[in-house]
Write a protein that binds this ligand. Sequence first.
Ligand SMILES: Nc1ncnc2c1ncn2[C@@H]1O[C@H](COP(=O)(O)OP(=O)(O)O)[C@@H](O)[C@H]1O
Ligand SMILES: [Mg+2]
Length: 271
Amino acid sequence: MSADTSPKNLDANPPVDGSELIRFDKVTKRFGSNVVLDELDFSVASGKHVTLIGPSGSGKTTILRLLMTLTSPDSGSIKVNGDYLTHEQRNGKLVPAGDKHIREVRKNIGMVFQQFNLFPNMKVLRNITEAPVTVLGLSKDEAEERARELLDMVGLGDRCDAYPTQLSGGQQQRVAIARALAMRPQVLLLDEVTSALDPELVAGVLDVLRDIARTTDITMLCVTHEMNFARDISDRVLMFDAGRVIESGSPDKMFTEPEHERTREFLSAVL
Ligand SMILES: Nc1ncnc2c1ncn2[C@@H]1O[C@H](COP(=O)(O)OP(=O)(O)O)[C@@H](O)[C@H]1O
Ligand SMILES: [Mg+2]
């Protein structure tokens, strides 16, 4: 294994904890000389809703992109469901994961982006059925049935045949949420999903997410500046600054009596 791809701090015999869905262990990520994540440790238990808050540029999106394997850590390890995300065991050795392993682990993870990222050339229904058919191997009928249920859930049951550009931003984002859920992920990553929306469209999207938080057992890792929403849905809030979690706790504690000066400053600027 080459030195470049060999992560430091990798724990070859990790403790088994069935309830831990996501675990970052001393994850460092640099862009050039910019250390974006600095030996970051945190974990998310199965079924919990965790919100990341912190200033712009502090590395929140990078955390989610690492989980989606859109980028990889310089050192440290990330586990999903007890499996290393970017490494796998082969002949008793931990080696950089092959595409197949990454695809398998990533099936557990769905992401919704700030900019929706729908497939512009596909109608709404096909946006949702595409991955379940090609990645999960569902039949077209099965995938369409599930897609229609999800579109009903996000209040767009009547827009199956629209193209993304025929929808408002809020509607597009609700399609993107349905698309992520169609893969039946264990965890949903939400990256400032209402930041690109006109103000009057924000509430509809947040209502859909509140519904998902209340009625499903899906784990949520959420980056948001919507503090009322964060307070409603979160089991835990992590304040993130300069590549590390500087404070975490229940939403009550974090929003009413944060201990850290940086948290107080940040909250007074956004609330
Ligand atoms: N692909 C990239 N190339 C170079 N720098 C990047 C890249 N992606 C992110 N960064 C830098 O990493 C830092 C953290 O970015 P990001 O994770 O997007 O922060 P946040 O989501 O908290 O605003 C920023 O300084 C940003 O400029
Ligand atoms: Mg971001």
